[in-house]
Design a binder for this molecule. Structure first.
Ligand SMILES: [Zn+2]
Length: 446
């Protein structure tokens, strides 16, 4: 009887904890960022090729966000927004190699403050600027092996040191897809079987884009083989990591979040890359929430949302109390009811110019609300797209209509001016060149 009363007291205490501290109980959050992965090259976003058998199977058991938007087409600023729930001009980390300014609260700090262990494993050194709040932070070592296999191996070594009931936030960053243009023997292109892209190419590419790719020495079929081959590689190593976690830790209180920092232009808009543009191929990223206990499985959430919404969502789910002025909004209501309204604009900005090949990159930003989108450049050039009729952003409506007083465009202008003002007033950051010199002098790079 005493034992029963003891149990009831414990259960009541746990129930109070759940209702007060969190709507659901989480012990482990595993956040995977697959660098440079655009959503529409995954089968569960409609791509005709099976680039990701493991992720596709996982997506069927997950809540999948159909329209997740990044705040930047550049690696560090976008990860900065994911970790702070602020837009780049608000958190102040605008280029790779920079540090997140001191005093900006992060997701890792919020987990650490709730007694979770926090560990980050990256495949590039320049994300070290985001290590704030991670008790364990592991970039590639001196050998500079940034392949996903090496990053996952370091992650598994850390996991094997943890107790079976350990509570943690684990971030794993994989860079393989980013390097699709490099020819390395450790990667293969997409296998010849199951090609299935001819119809996709006909629909997705204009004659001008096909010519551009050909003249750039990257015919589109070769681009797709190289890019998709890297996705397949990452899919395989993620499957291995998933198996290790599944065998070592109880599953019921574990959440996997799989996303990317930005996409990639694959000759779309006559561009092979990401940092220069803010089109959907750069900003639309995959996002799935896999709750290992099966909750929310099979849900598709169609409302546009932002990577800055992830931290407020985790705060809700794990009972965190993050410091700072979060600009995102919790997705818990739409996870529970995918039909629920979630109307927020998504803002994004281009990386700043530098002294080298990006010297001509004038400030550019974008805003999207629903399927209406504007892109605005410092020289006054404005683009306006209706993504419902024109998902590939081919017809600039701004040139075709006299109606220029659309409120969303005015919001973008205001945000642009705010961003410019904040950037002008921010403390001078170390340039890439200075940082590289510093790392070289420390012996971290050759
Ligand atoms: Zn990136």
């Amino acid at each position: 009887m005493v034992f029963l009363v003891f149990c009831l007291t414990l259960c009541a205490a746990a129930a109070v904890h759940r209702t007060q501290g969190s709507r659901e109980h989480l012990d482990r959050v595993i956040l995977i960022t697959i660098d440079t992965l655009r959503a529409d090259h995954l089968p569960f976003y409609g791509y005709p090729r099976d680039t990701a058998p493991f992720l596709s199977a996982l997506a069927e058991r997950s809540a999948v966000f159909d329209l997740a938007l990044s705040a930047s087409s550049h690696t560090s600023p976008s990860h900065g927004s994911l970790f702070t729930s602020m837009y780049p001009y608000q958190h102040g980390l605008l280029s790779n190699w920079e540090d997140l300014p001191e005093g900006i609260p992060t997701m890792a700090q919020a987990f650490r403050d709730r007694d979770f262990k926090t560990a980050g494993f990256t495949s590039v050194g320049f994300l070290s600027g985001l290590k704030s709040g991670f008790e364990t932070f592991s970039p590639p070592g001196r050998a500079g092996d940034g392949r996903g296999e090496a990053t996952v191996q370091r992650t598994i070594s850390w996991l094997n040191e943890q107790g079976h009931n350990e509570r943690f936030l684990l971030w794993v960053h994989l860079f393989d897809v980013h390097g699709w243009k490099q020819r390395r023997s450790s990667y293969t292109g997409f296998p010849d079987i199951n090609r299935h892209v001819d119809g996709y190419v006909r629909n997705r590419y204009t004659a001008g884009e096909l010519d551009f790719a050909h003249n750039a020495g990257w015919p589109v079929n070769r681009v797709l083989d190289a890019y998709d081959g890297r996705i397949l590689y990452v899919d395989r190593i993620l499957s291995r990591l998933f198996d290790v976690v599944g065998k070592r830790f109880p599953q019921e209180n574990t959440l996997w979040i799989i996303t990317s920092d930005h996409g990639e232009g694959l000759a779309n808009h006559l561009y092979l890359g990401h940092g220069m543009h803010l089109y959907q191929e750069q900003l639309h990223v995959p996002l799935l929430f896999y709750f290992a206990d099966g909750s929310h499985a099979g849900k598709r959430i169609g409302v546009p949302m932002r990577l800055i919404d992830i931290l407020p969502t985790l705060a809700d789910l794990a009972g965190l109390a993050p410091d700072g002025d979060l600009k995102g909004t919790s997705l818990v209501p739409v996870l529970s009811n995918p039909e629920k309204d979630f109307v927020h604009y998504s803002f994004a900005q281009r990386r700043p110019a530098d002294r080298r090949k990006r010297a001509t990159w004038i400030p550019m930003c974008a805003i999207q609300e629903g399927l209406v989108k504007f892109i605005y450049r410092a020289d006054g050039v404005t683009e306006h797209y209706n993504l419902f009729d024109d998902p590939y952003e081919r017809t600039n409506l701004f040139l075709q209509t006299d109606r220029k007083d659309i409120p969303l465009r005015d919001t973008l202008r205001t945000l642009y001016q705010e961003a410019q003002k904040m950037q002008e007033n921010r403390p001078r950051m170390k340039s890439s060149e200075e940082r590289i010199h510093e790392l070289r002098s420390l012996g971290y790079i050759q």
